[in-house]
Design a protein around this ligand. Structure first.
Ligand code: ATP
Ligand code: MG
Ligand code: MG
Ligand code: MG
Length: 438
């Protein structure tokens, strides 16, 4: 992609409304534009990262055996009246009337709607287990939308729902989600720690939030520093294996890690003192087993040899749009964003030091083609601008690699390859530079 033909409205000044670094850089790098409090348009660069993140979420959900679909954003209020949540949900729910004066709402979550779909089409235990999920826009009329996409009112969420015959099966689905989430966040270059969370009015031990440690996080967390040594890595996992998924759950949730809602000072004090940590975290996901709460109130039942029984359910969310903020909070320096390879909008930037120089222009064009041929997308800064400005833009938008091309280097047959993260540069032939990025 040539920058001259792209749409990258970079801001030179720090926007005064942005209080935290991720919000600041997302605005400055021309990734988002606010249209109303907590509501954003996704400009091309932001949209690209959003789609990368969504892509990883889909791949890992499908790998776990979960089935993608898409539900409407608008929902009839009647479904929520059935479950009893229409009145309980309060002011976070955006309530709308249509022209026939019918009560509608913009979905803040989809337990009711998915349960309605399930009960309309599934009636036999033979159709279980089943896990359906979507990545879809949600609306919650947050009292204090802030920090850009971190706490939006309109936000993009993956929400998945499992339907199982027994509690044991549903807990396997819970564990499967835990494993798939560990993989998902690691692929985005994030450490997200599963922490025991509050089950709310339903109670129970079966909910974990995934938290990315960051000073700007809104949750207070308490943990044993040994949890930060755990990584899932690229180990093989059989998602059908109850033992394997249970094993991962135990490995990642036995050590103390809790949010303030479930924090237990006495238990915390049993950890050796030098490993006790109090910090702040960003909630990037949550998994929840809630049994038959919705299936009973809404009549989602299956026929078994012993008669009709309500199904056991859980719901599992990932904050897809919030993840952009979380990733930037965890990956940046004073000059801008530093994208992890898994989510970067372009793999490499190409900076032409002398636009209009025949040799430099030709070298940049052939580099872009050579990168494309090996499946790497480059952003080629072909503007007639000073080198300093081009470097600053590349640093701000955070592509992991930059190739700098100029007439002087080309005379010696070399270009310069620079790592955004380490800042280290080396001179290489164009072919060797491409080979290094593959
Ligand atoms: P929070 O505690 O931050 O308000 P939540 O617990 O209400 O989040 P969930 O219902 O668990 O949110 O939704 C699943 C995920 O969606 C959350 O883990 C979070 O990553 C994301 N999310 C929730 N609310 C927002 C929001 N207002 N803006 C962006 N992402 C959000
Ligand atoms: Mg909330
Ligand atoms: Mg929460
Ligand atoms: Mg939550």
């Amino acid at each position: 992609m040539r920058l001259s033909r792209y749409f990258l409205p970079v801001l030179k000044e720090n926007p005064s409304e942005a209080q935290i670094v991720s919000h600041r850089y997302m605005l400055r790098a021309g990734m988002i534009k606010q249209s109303a409090a907590g509501i954003y348009s996704w400009l091309p660069l932001g949209f690209k990262v959003l789609k990368k993140i969504e892509g990883i979420v889909h791949e890992e959900q499908i790998r776990a055996g979960h089935v993608p679909m898409l539900m409407s954003t608008m929902q009839p209020a009647d479904l929520w009246k059935e479950s009893g949540r229409y009145d309980d949900y309060g002011q976070e729910m955006l309530r709308i009337k249509d022209r026939h004066d019918r009560d509608m709402l913009f979905g803040p979550t989809n337990e009711e709607m998915i349960t309605d779909i399930f009960r309309a089409h599934v009636s036999s235990y033979k159709d279980l287990p089943l896990t359906l999920y979507q990545v879809q826009w949600k609306f919650r009329d947050e009292i204090r939308p802030r920090f850009g996409v971190m706490r939006g009112r309109e936000f993009y969420m993956k929400d998945g729902y499992n339907f199982d015959l027994t509690k044991e099966d549903a807990l396997h689905a819970y564990n499967r989600h835990l494993v798939s989430y560990l993989r998902t966040y690691e692929r985005m270059g994030l450490q997200a720690i599963p922490m025991r969370a509050d089950g709310g009015p339903i109670g129970g031990d079966y909910t974990h939030e995934f938290l990315v440690l960051a000073e700007t996080g809104e949750s207070e967390v308490f943990y044993d520093s040994a949890v930060t040594d755990l990584t899932f890595g690229d180990r093989e996992i059989d998602y059908d294996s109850v033992e394997q998924c249970q094993g991962v759950l135990e490995e990642f949730t036995t050590k103390y890690a809790r949010t303030d809602e479930t924090h237990d000072e006495a238990l915390f004090n049993e950890i050796p003192e030098d490993r006790r940590r109090t910090a702040r975290g960003i909630e990037v996901g949550q998994i929840f087993y809630f049994g038959t709460k919705y299936s009973e109130s809404m009549g989602a039942k299956v026929q078994t040899a012993d008669g009709e029984v309500p199904v056991h359910m859980g719901s599992h969310g990932i904050g897809v749009s919030r993840l952009l903020g979380a990733i930037i909070e965890a990956n940046h320096d004073d000059n801008g964003i530093i994208w992890p390879e898994g989510v970067t909008p372009f793999h490499c930037g190409i900076v032409n030091l002398k636009q209009g120089d025949e040799a430099a222009d030709a070298a940049c064009e052939s580099l872009e083609k050579a990168l494309a041929a090996v499946g790497l997308e480059a952003l080629y800064d072909d503007r007639k601008e000073r080198a300093g400005g081009k470097f600053a833009t590349m640093d701000l938008i955070g592509l992991p690699w930059r190739i700098t091309v100029g007439p002087r280097g080309l005379k010696n047959g070399v270009v310069e390859l620079t790592s955004r993260r380490s800042g280290e540069s080396e001179e290489l032939t164009p072919e060797a530079a491409v080979a290094k990025l593959v």
